[in-house]
Each structure stands twice: as C-alpha cells, then as structure tokens.
Ligand binder design. Sequence first.
Ligand code: HEM
Ligand SMILES: CC(C)=CCC/C(C)=C/CC/C(C)=C/COP(=O)(O)OP(=O)(O)O
Length: 303
Amino acid sequence: MTDTAFEGQTVPTQAAGLPGTVADYIALLKPRVMSLVVFSGLAGLVVAPGTLHPVLAVVALLCIAVGAGAAGAINMWYDRDIDAVMERTRGRPIPQGKVNPDEALAFGVVLSVASVLLMGLAVNWVAAAILGVANAFYVFVYTMWLKRRTPQNIVIGGAAGAFPPMIGWAAVTGDVGIGPILLFCLIFFWTPPHFWALALFRSGDYSRAGVPMLPVVAGEAATKRQMLAYTLLLLPIAIAPHWFGVGGVAYLVGATVLSLLFILCAVRVMLDKTHRAAKQMFAYSILYLFLLLAILIGEKLVA
Ligand code: HEM
Ligand SMILES: CC(C)=CCC/C(C)=C/CC/C(C)=C/COP(=O)(O)OP(=O)(O)O
C-alpha cells in the first residue's frame, strides 16, 4: 500500500485492486451508532403487547441492524467527498481507499433490500415497510437532500433514527399505535441536542466541509439556546409513555431524573466558554437514551 499526502495528513491510497477486509465492511455499517439503534429496536420489541417467537425476535433485530447499517454504508458512499476532509471521518474505509466507492454502494443497496425482504417474509410486512421508510429517509431525505442544504437537516432527518422502536413494536403486533409513536417522539426530540452537542466541538470539520450545521450557520450561542429548548421539550415527551401505559413507576422516575440532568447539561453548555461541557453533553446524550431504554426493557422483563 502506498501513501499520499492529504491536507497535511498521510492517507493511504487504495491497494491496487485489493478488496477491503471484513473489518472495513463492518466499519461501513457504523457499528457503534447502530448498537444503540438496535437497542432501541429491542426496547420497542420488548414493551409491545404480545409476544414474538424468540427466533423471529432475533431475525427482526438482525434486520434492523443490517438495514440501519446498510443505510450507513450508502451514507458513507454519498458523503465520501466530505468524509475525506473532516478529521473525524477521514479514517473511514472509502476515504482511506480501503473500499472502492462502487463496492460500498452495492454492499449498502444489497443489504438494504435484503433486510427489508427478510423482515417482510419472516416477521411481517408492516415492520418491513417501516424499516424501508427509515432506510430511505436516512439515505434520500437526510443524506442526499437535507444534510448539505439546511441547518435543520438533523431535526427533520432525525426522524430516520427515531423509527427503530416502532419497527420493533410492529414486529410483535403488526401495527402501530400511540405507544410506538411516543417512543418515536422520544428519539426524534432527543436527536437535536445529541447531535448539536457534537457539532459544537466539531464545527471546524463541518465548516471545512461546507456542511451547514447549526453552529456553523447560526453560531454557538443560537445552537446552545436551541439545545436547551429541545431538552426542555424532551422532559414531558420522555415521561409521556408512562401515562399511556408504556413504562411503569421506575420509568417515570428514571425519565424525570435523567431528563432533568440532560437539561442541566444544556445549561452548563450555555455557560461554558470552552467545548468541555458540550463533549460531556454528547457522551451523556448516549447514556441518557441507553438508560431510559434499559429501564423500559428491565421493567417489562421483571413484570
Ligand atoms: C439524524 C440523526 C443523528 C445524527 C445526525 C447523529 C450524528 C452522530 C454523529 C455525527 C456521531 C459521531 C459518530 C462518529 O464519530 O463516528 C454520532 C455518534 C453516536 N450516535 Fe448519533 N446521530 C443521530 C442519531 C442517532 C440515533 C437515532 C442513535 C441511536 C438511537 C444514535 C446513536 C449514536 C451513538 C451510540 C453514537 C456514539 C458512537 C461512538 O461511540 O462513536 N445517533 N451521532
Ligand atoms: C433502521 C434505520 C435505517 C435506521 C437509521 C438509523 C439512523 C438514521 C441513525 C442515525 C444516523 C447517523 C449516525 C447519523 C449521523 O449523521 P451523518 O450520517 O451525517 O454522520 P457522519 O458524519 O458520521 O457520517
């Protein structure tokens, strides 16, 4: 493998004709992000009324994992130009020349179609349809349409990541009611503070790549105000499932305390002149969603 200089960094060029390794293809699926996506699908599956055969439950989760990962691979294919100039993403398989863009696209498309078909044939077509919509939303609405055009990209595009609990729920019941809609809302309103916390300390990346993320376009102060507004909105939204029979008292208490801490994070970010509080808020955002979903799952399992 040879190396070329890229913006002061050393970036390996593609090893002539060599296919990427398994690890490179796994990296295309954005596995760390997708782990929480799958966990949110599991939460929908567990809290839905009724039961699903354990084998089918595993198949449903596998389809969510593969479908979401495949959308991530197509996102990496489309965004290969900006990924190459952002410090956070320039180590990815395509900008590193480890996977050919056409192969990444084919990989993503084949897995997207396969995950939806398998979900439909093995589980049910309602869950399959929502998986297909989530996949298409991430690829076409967020990645191709909004990401490079508007600072509201992740507010609208965030809907893609909010579908997995609904998919898990529909895998069990074959339909969608108020419960999964509220879980959708939870992730939908969680996404802006989750992402903008990261965008605050990565704004140099986005500005260099010409991506109009909120801190780049509207500035840090406006972004911080928006983050606080979303965390305030999230408090009643996070506890709402409890009033509709999804999540018991432990969930109500957990959602209240965790949401108040999220608001506190947003206040600290507003007062912080450095990016320390934003980094902590980004890490907390992941813990917040993980713990909320874990309480939901745990409570249902011990009931
Ligand atoms: C449009 C919606 C979203 C946007 C724009 C977004 C953006 C991001 C970005 C840019 C990162 C950094 C990734 C990296 O460094 O490789 C990240 C990390 C992460 N996101 Fe999100 N996210 C969104 C929705 C979600 C959803 C719905 C989930 C799960 C339910 C999620 C879970 C995570 C996790 C677990 C990480 C940490 C990954 C790591 O450890 O590196 N995100 N997110
Ligand atoms: C079932 C299904 C299809 C679910 C989709 C799940 C989903 C939309 C998760 C969030 C996507 C995500 C990591 C966005 C990152 O933004 P980016 O792509 O701009 O981040 P990057 O700069 O790291 O590429």
